[in-house]
Write a protein that binds this ligand. Structure first.
Ligand code: CP
Ligand code: NVA
Length: 308
């Protein structure tokens, strides 16, 4: 089984075996990096990184990851390409494919990721779109596996913005891997019907239980993992309304008591402390948010080594 030449636009580009291969490879690369053992699996290769939006983790972990793998990454920011002057995404994909061995892109519209993948002859990796954040979800599940050793019997409770790239990728990946997930969100920022339908269809095959509820306490009841994300994602404009509607969904010491004992607290970061989660929770003993951030590096190195 291989991932060579695959694109990663959405977690459903990967079957269960490929996901397990990414986890095993990431575990091995993490071990090798920790003991200082060289692992230059992409010597002489280049990754083009298109960024239409800001980034700390994605940018740094992909770039450092390529260096550790013996390759090179090019940061192509919002003002670095002719996209700004009207060159199409399709033409950009065709040209970049002649130079680089892989393309990672962070875009506003998911259609841009689809167009890159359709027109590129090298692998395209989604580094976040308005719809999906597959590298994040793979990292999240890898982190959960590290903490619990197995996914058996686990429940994930997500609270906050339901109509969100991180939420959607997490739901899809849980559905594919047979893990129960409950999303607690206000009706105004609900999971879109079409996304829920796709997740449920997949869950029917794997036995995962997927629920969406307006009740945050219900969403995290007996959960082993509590997950949240910012209330105002990049590109969203209705800030004041969101802060008001999402207030009851804050992850705080009261809410986490509803979860299973020792449940881990996750966040893709960047966090808006005091909004979606409190300082006490983010800095508390159950929080794994910085391990999660570190694992972006290991998972993405695995993805690149396997695809490129
Ligand atoms: N979680 C995440 O993608 O972080 P950045 O926006 O900093 O890349
Ligand atoms: N949902 C957030 C994730 C940031 C990593 C956003 O899109 O801004």
């Amino acid at each position: 089984m291989s991932l060579k030449g695959n694109h990663l636009t959405n977690v459903f580009d990967l079957n269960r075996e490929q996901i397990e291969l990414i986890f095993e490879t990431a575990k091995d690369l993490k071990r090798r990096q920790k003991i200082g053992q060289p692992h230059q699996l992409l010597k002489g290769k280049s990754l083009g990184m298109i960024f239409q939006k800001p980034s700390t983790r994605t940018r740094v972990s992909f770039e450092v990851g390529m260096t550790q793998l013996g390759g090179h990454a090019l940061y192509l920011g919002p003002n670095d390409l002719q996209l700004n002057r009207g060159e199409t995404i399709a033409d950009t994909a065709k040209v970049l494919s002649r130079y680089v061995d892989g393309i990672m892109a962070r875009v506003f519209s998911h259609n841009d990721i689809v167009s890159l993948a359709e027109n590129s002859t090298v692998p395209v990796i989604n580094g976040l779109s308005d719809r999906f954040h597959p590298c994040q979800a793979l990292t999240d599940l890898f982190t959960i596996l590290e903490k619990y050793q197995s996914f058996d019997g686990l429940k994930v409770g997500f609270v906050g913005d339901g109509d969100n790239n991180v939420t959607y990728s997490l739901m899809y990946l849980c559905a594919r891997l047979g893990i129960d997930i409950s999303v607690g969100c206000p009706p105004k920022y609900n999971v879109k019907d079409e996304v829920l339908a796709v997740a449920k269809k997949e869950a029917n095959k794997t036995g995962a239980k997927i629920t969406v509820t307006p009740d945050p306490e219900k969403a995290v009841a007996l959960a082993n993992v509590i997950y949240t994300d910012v209330w105002v994602s990049m590109g969203r404009e209705d800030k004041e309304e969101r802060l008001k509607a999402l207030k009851p969904y804050q992850v705080n010491n009261f809410l986490i008591k509803r979860a299973a004992r020792h449940a881990i607290i996750m966040h893709c970061l960047p966090a808006h402390r005091g909004e979606e989660l409190t300082n006490e929770v983010m800095d508390g003993p159950q929080s794994v948010v910085f391990d999660q951030a570190e694992n972006r590096l290991h998972i993405q190195k695995a993805i690149m080594a396997l695809m490129m």
